[in-house]
Design a protein around this ligand. Structure first.
Ligand code: DQA
Length: 170
């Protein structure tokens, strides 16, 4: 008997009905400098490589991955608002805005899309001001400290998050 490798079961998107789960990945300020910026803290992987790998992992996991980076708080708020009715889950690394942005917190609450908070570094091993996150208590979960791998772990978690966000009985 020929045994086939088990493929991940396709979970239908809440917002697209029968389509694949739609995941929006948002990178905040200074993450465009990844690879050059403080490599001893953030590693040497460039943002373009992280995005490419996330899209490829998304194809493997049958999820549709879109990525976005901005250094501007308002642009990130706009992008979160635009995701309403289009994305099932948002993965967000708000960079420095993690510790300061009421506006990003409010945008997340406003659209009601489940969020996974992602950080390359373990913020608790760093300066005290990084220990506070304004989205930690409204995030579905948080993944940090694994460098670029933090994003991969978050994407793997996104399916369960999308399923748990589904209205009961569906
Ligand atoms: C970061 C941690 C933040 O404190 C910092 O401002 C960043 C990156 C991380 O991914 O480890 O820009 O979000």
């Amino acid at each position: 008997m020929v045994m086939r490798a088990k493929r991940p079961a396709q979970t239908d998107s809440k917002v697209h009905g029968a389509g694949p789960i739609a995941v929006l990945v948002i990178h905040g300020p200074n993450l465009n400098l990844l690879g050059e910026r403080e490599p001893e803290v953030y590693g040497r992987t460039r943002l373009a490589d992280i995005d490419r790998d996330l899209k490829s992992l998304g194809r493997e996991l049958k999820m549709n991955v879109e990525t976005y980076q901005s250094n501007s708080e308002g642009a990130i708020v706009d992008r979160i608002q635009k995701a309403r009715g289009k994305s099932d889950v948002i993965l967000i690394n708000p960079g420095g805005y993690t510790h300061t942005s009421v506006a990003i917190r409010d945008a997340i609450l406003g659209v009601g899309i489940p969020v996974i908070e992602v950080h390359l570094s373990n913020v608790y091993r760093r300066e005290r001001f990084r220990h506070r996150s304004l989205i930690a208590d409204i995030a579905h979960g948080r993944i940090m400290g694994f460098g670029a791998e933090s994003y991969h772990l978050a994407l793997r978690a996104a399916r369960a998050v999308a399923e748990s966000a589904r209205p009961r009985g569906k």
